[in-house]
Design a protein around this ligand. Structure first.
Ligand code: COA
Length: 324
């Protein structure tokens, strides 16, 4: 069967590390509050980098790990909600920066923190249909330019980062076994950032402030519920049980959300990957950044079942099961 195999991973996080103590100088908060409520100790914040710089660095690292030339990439899909411009897409900037095959397909996917899994789902379908052979899938966000740095209930949660995978269409029992995307736009007000475009002079319309807004408590509960059901869906579609999961790589939003999901699945700690203490919630960057670190840490071996699950603004949620 034709499957999308992940043949290389890469990531990039800005150098500037901002600790909880640094944030406590900006707003009334403490290391103790942030650590116990979220698990986050520090985050990396962009320091002049553009979102396409970050995406391109992660993409370049993934190509190197895969041993594949950019000229062999015929599709680039980028999950992001913090593009540098309304258009062109970040994927087009990446295509130029990496020197990918001229004429390669390139587009962005907007699904907030579920962006990488939405992008993976789209690319997987192009590869399995035979219309592309090699795809570069990137998740990247720069939420530090979207949060209100005077709002302590949100600014402590997010960081900037990017991650990438190279997918290759191969006749194999390894690769993406199943992937699933979902949304509920009725609940958009749970988590959003308005203000990408401005009103024209002939209309009466309030331009949004652009800052991220969130109902933290409700988002928490919905995230646990939807990610739990998305994991079950991916397992059932792949003929697997929770005990078959070698490593769960969930969206890195909050340690308590991840613990609640793992407890429901009765997954021991060593089968759940967490790196949010170093990066915070990097939105679409979170899962591929965690995957790249897990690979570098030797936590992923051939034949392992890796389960990805995400939740984000939209509302959106998604999952994918992969045999490594
Ligand atoms: N430092 C100190 N106190 C803070 C604070 C901060 N950074 N942020 C909020 N508080 C205060 C609140 O003002 C509130 O004070 P009050 O009781 O005097 O009103 C108190 O802490 C409790 O706030 P609450 O919102 O109930 O805390 P919580 O335990 O729900 O934790 C979140 C808040 C945001 C950490 C939690 O709701 C969460 O993680 N939600 C999911 C968010 C998420 O991951 N979103 C992205 C999904 S992709």
């Amino acid at each position: 069967m034709l499957r999308s195999r992940i043949i290389g991973t890469g990531s990039y996080a800005p150098k500037r590390a901002v600790t909880n103590l640094d944030i406590a100088k900006l707003v009334e908060t403490s290391d103790e509050w942030i650590t116990t409520r979220t698990g986050i100790k520090e985050r990396r914040l962009a320091d002049g980098e553009t979102v396409s710089d970050m995406a391109s660095k992660a993409g370049k690292a993934a190509l190197k790990a895969a041993g594949v030339s950019a000229k062999d990439i015929d599709l680039i899909v980028v999950g992001t909600v913090t593009p540098e411009m309304n258009f062109p897409s970040t994927a087009c900037f990446v295509q130029a920066a990496l020197g990918a095959k001229p004429g390669a397909g390139a587009f962005d996917v907007s699904a907030a923190c579920s962006g990488f899994l939405y992008a993976l789902d789209a690319a997987d379908k192009y590869l399995r249909s035979g219309s592309c052979k090699r795809a570069l899938v990137i998740g990247v966000d720069v939420f530090s330019r979207l949060v209100d740095w005077s709002d302590r209930s949100t600014c402590v949660l997010f960081g900037d980062g990017a991650g990438a995978v190279v997918l290759s269409a191969e006749k194999s029992s390894h690769g993406v076994l199943s992937s699933h995307i979902h949304s509920d736009g009725r609940q958009w007000e749970m988590l959003y950032a308005a203000g990408a475009v401005k009103s024209n002079p002939f209309e009466k319309r309030q331009d949004g402030p652009g800052y991220l807004k969130m109902n933290g408590n409700e988002t928490f509960k919905i995230a646990v519920r939807t990610m739990g059901s998305a994991i079950t869906e991916a397992l059932e579609a792949s003929g697997l049980a929770p005990g078959d999961i070698s490593l769960l790589i969930p969206h890195q939003a909050n340690m308590r959300i991840i613990n609640a999901i793992s407890e429901r699945l009765k997954l021991p700690e060593d089968r759940v990957y967490m790196n949010l203490e170093k990066y915070g919630n990097t939105s679409a960057g979170s899962i591929p950044l965690a995957l790249d670190e897990a690979v570098a840490d030797g936590r992923v071996e051939a034949g392992d079942i890796i389960l990805f699950v995400a939740f984000g603004g939209g509302l959106t949620w998604a999952s994918a099961a992969v045999r490594w």
